[in-house]
Design a protein around this ligand. Structure first.
Ligand SMILES: [Fe+2]
Length: 336
């Protein structure tokens, strides 16, 4: 059973978590008005960044990071800016990494929800990644926004890889008006970054890439769980805002790159725990559907047992995650 069966995207929750409500006055998302999709003209693969064949084989795609792509029209940027300014009141501290971030915004803004779930955007990203993807099955990973810190000595976000596999980073504010605060990525692997940090060295300048964004509404698309990146320190006060939307692959054989511990440290548990359970159950359902469709006639009971175990594996992982009462912790590589 090596064949890839494509899973159906998970349905967005029918009810809102307690204490969340949608904004009373916000623009209505219209993909014809708000999108201005432009494909990136270049990209780097995971192999280009230095990952080995065996590391790449653990990932759903060899895609590393795109050059600049465009998501939003001018009207789309204006509408999203209106929404994220209204949502600023709900920002929280993202543990040690980020001073002000917004999580669960898709439970507070219909515009943000509909943009993040938009099938046209999912199709666009599937074309870019070269595999079928859907909006992330953990809704807390949809429409994550980072706002500038008050303290200019603090990076917008420390060097890290994302707690999920695939995403984009969108400039909501105008990057041309910003001094410092660049989105940067490391031209290398997570293990190389680990080694640089553990030996107390600084990252060689020529391995830090700062893409030039021609305006708000532009983005990079990446396998953020594998590409080490950060938001650098601002050099002048500026209302820098970025939005990150997460995606999952729809094939039913890839392993789940989503990390639980990091988000357990920052997200409200009454929202995260059920989302995590649904996410893992959805992954298992995809594998169970594949098993039901494709399990051949055989007397090899060990084979059948291993296929059944494999199909329900993610549910067992979720149970272990939820049984673990230890506090979560952030995995990151620091500021410099
Ligand atoms: Fe990130």
């Amino acid at each position: 059973m090596g064949k890839k069966l494509i899973n159906q995207p998970i349905a967005f929750p029918k009810t809102l978590p307690e204490g969340y409500q949608y904004l009373a006055d916000e623009p209505t998302y219209d993909s014809d008005i708000h999108l201005a999709l432009e494909y990136p003209t270049e990209s780097l693969s995971l192999r280009d960044l230095g990952y080995s064949d065996s590391e790449v084989s653990e990932c759903p795609t060899d895609y590393g990071i795109s050059g600049i792509a465009r998501l939003l029209s001018e009207a789309g940027v204006a509408a999203l800016m209106d929404v994220v300014q209204q949502l600023r009141q709900y920002t929280v501290t993202g543990g040690v990494r980020i001073q002000y971030m917004l999580r669960g915004g898709v439970y507070r803004s219909r515009f943000l929800r509909d943009l993040c779930l938009c099938p046209k955007v999912s199709k666009f990203l599937s074309d870019i990644f070269g595999i079928a993807v859907a909006p992330h099955s953990v809704p807390l990973h949809l429409g994550h926004c980072n706002y500038a810190p008050d303290d200019l000595d603090r990076a917008v976000d420390k060097w890290h890889s994302d707690t999920l596999g695939l995403d984009y980073v969108l400039m909501v504010s105008d990057p041309r008006e910003q001094v410092g605060g660049e989105f940067q990525y490391f031209f290398g692997t997570k293990a190389e970054m680990e080694e640089i940090k553990s030996s107390g060295q600084s990252i060689p300048e020529d391995r830090i890439v700062s893409p030039y964004f021609p305006g708000p509404g532009y983005m990079v698309v990446m396998q953020g769980g594998m590409v080490v990146h950060r938001g650098a320190k601002l050099k002048e006060v500026y209302d820098r805002i970025t939005m990150v939307n997460g995606y999952v692959t729809l094939d039913t054989v890839s392993h789940d790159p989503s990390r639980f511990s990091d988000i357990k440290a920052v997200d409200p548990h009454d929202v995260l725990f059920p989302e995590w359970a649904r996410h893992k159950a959805w992954l298992a359902r995809g594998r169970l559907d594949r098993l039901i469709d494709e399990l051949p006639f055989t007397r090899d009971r060990n084979y059948i047992i291993s296929e059944l175990k494999n199909a329900i594996h993610e549910v067992e992982v979720a149970i272990q995650d939820l049984e673990d009462e230890a506090p979560g912790f952030s995995t990151n590589y620091g500021d410099l």
